[in-house]
Design a protein around this ligand. Structure first.
Ligand code: 4AD
Ligand code: MG
Length: 477
């Protein structure tokens, strides 16, 4: 007999038929009612055990957390709270779970506690909902690019260039750390390392993606990236997933249009396809909000927030305008910001970004034309000689969710910028050559996948939206 998912059973697909289902027991009450979940949906199916015809030994093994195989009949439920239930004819315990030891009890656990049980937390409603939404979002992203003519390229995880300047990198080496070969002047001799040079885990697939955009036209990457920054915040991971589209013949305005359309499209997709999970997460968030002081509570529900982003234009504001707004702002004048904005050129901190989004504009904001000094070498220099065609998208509750730019396509200007930033030109020879052979205007951006999942699920800590978070001092599992 074919095994059916809980989701299919709850849809009533096999009413009055013999069915076979496998899953994990969430609860067992009155020696009779099993709430069974197999991960296919947030909802459990009730399985009613005929305890008179079930032997004592088996009954005792029906415990929270156990894996079971159930055969029975799908019927309309007499009880309240569910439309269908399974009348159990035969139950087999596939994997016992000692109820005294099983950490995931049928009660509310703190997110902190569950982080320590990351191997089991997906068996809670909250984490299964988050991870289904995450999976659907990933699909929606591929779907969007597929439908709009992009090619998916796989850029390397191990990289020999560390010029992106996006953050500290993790070294990849097979040298003996206790006894590495040394050069004449006492430095580690990486020419003897596996790749014959110093290599690291990538911080971004952008530079390689650019090479492919200059042949395939429209490409995107979607892979893991690694940053050894020691930032223990609720929005930083040492290993996170990034989506990076790169498009030939596209300027910064087109890049903003693409990013906005892309985000709205994937949000619409999850609203349509994750209704049950989002409903659950919305209720969870409502409960969470109740514990906050009234002034900090959000007026919008989770789905209202998603709708709001889909239905409204992102505000496009230049860095220069943003600085003026921030200088005039109350928290700046009253010195409430940790970093006071004194003058043009200041790097924006997340407190400033959140002020702009949450207090001033009350909408997602695209900031563009940043000072060249605070942005990467590859961004296209504007005619003013001071600013570059950069853009950051800022989201309520998140801050920066996207960073991107129009790329410097002029060979001489790029070489100059590489030199100005003290980067060795030899390291970037292939990147520079793109500007020698058939160069063209092109643009792209990077969306932090976990920050998007944070926004969609209403969670507040990035450690809760990736299965096994990697953060400073933490690589368990
Ligand atoms: O702004 P970033 O550093 O941009 C780049 O890496 C460019 N190469 C992208 C491009 O133009 N192709 O990072 C892009 C996004 C950020 O906006 C943020 O959402 C996310 O990646 N991000 C992180 N997410 C989680 N943990 C971290 N440590 C992150 N650092 C960046
Ligand atoms: Mg950035």
């Amino acid at each position: 007999m074919k095994i059916q998912s809980v989701k299919a059973l709850l849809a009533g697909e096999s009413l009055l038929q013999e069915i076979h289902v496998k899953g994990w027991i969430r609860t067992f009450r009155s020696n009779r009612f099993i709430a069974l979940n197999d991960g296919s949906t947030i909802n459990n199916i009730q399985c009613v055990v005929d305890f008179e015809n079930t032997d004592e030994a088996t009954l005792r093994r029906i415990t929270t957390g156990a894996a079971v195989s159930i055969k029975g009949t799908l019927v309309e439920s007499q009880g309240r709270g569910q439309s269908y239930e399974v009348q159990v004819k035969h139950i087999e315990i596939l994997g016992d779970s000692d109820p005294e030891e099983y950490p995931i009890q049928p009660k509310k656990h703190s997110l902190e506690f569950l982080r320590e049980k990351a191997h089991l937390r997906v068996r809670t409603s909250t984490f299964s909902a988050i991870m289904r939404v995450r999976s659907t979002l990933a699909f929606a992203i591929h779907n969007y690019f597929r439908q709009t003519g992009f090619n998916y390229v796989h850029t390397p995880v191990i990289t020999g260039s560390d010029a992106e300047g996006a953050g500290e990198m993790f070294r990849v080496s097979t040298l003996d750390p206790k006894n590495p070969p040394l050069t004449e002047n006492g430095q580690v001799d990486y020419s003897e390392d596996f790749f014959g040079k110093e290599t690291n885990l990538t911080v971004s697939g952008q530079l390689e993606a650019e090479t492919y955009a200059m042949g395939l036209g429209k490409v995107y990457t979607f892979g893991p990236t690694f940053r050894a920054e020691n930032s223990n915040t609720s929005r930083h991971l040492a290993e996170f997933w990034m989506i990076e589209p790169e498009v030939a013949f596209l300027d910064l305005d087109g890049n903003m249009d693409l990013a906005e359309d892309f985000i709205k499209n994937v949000l619409s997709y999850v609203l349509e396809h994750c209704e049950d999970d989002l409903k659950f997460l919305e209720d969870r968030l409502k409960d969470e909000e109740k514990t906050k002081p009234a002034a900090e509570r959000s007026e919008m529900s989770l789905t209202e927030k998603l709708r709001f982003v889909i239905d409204n234009n992102f505000k496009r504001v230049s860095y220069t305008e943003a600085i003026e707004i921030l200088k005039q702002s109350k928290p700046n004048k009253k010195k409430k910001f940790q970093y006071i904005i004194e003058e043009w050129g200041a790097d924006l901190q997340s407190e400033h970004e959140r002020y702009l989004v949450e207090k001033h504009f009350n909408a997602p904001v695209i900031l563009f034309d940043y000072p060249a000094k605070i942005k990467a070498f590859y961004m296209r220099l504007n005619e003013d000689g001071n600013t570059v065609r950069a853009m950051d998208i800022l989201f309520p509750g998140i801050g920066e969710i996207v960073g991107g730019s129009q790329r410097e396509e002029r060979y001489d200007v790029l070489r100059q910028k590489v030199a100005d930033m003290g980067i060795d030109e030899k390291e970037l020879w292939w990147y520079l050559e793109l500007r020698k052979f058939g160069t063209a205007v092109h643009s792209g951006f990077g969306l932090g996948f976990e920050r998007l999942v944070l926004f969609v699920t209403g969670m507040t800590n990035i450690r809760d939206v990736i299965p096994f978070p990697r953060t400073p001092q933490n690589a368990e599992f």
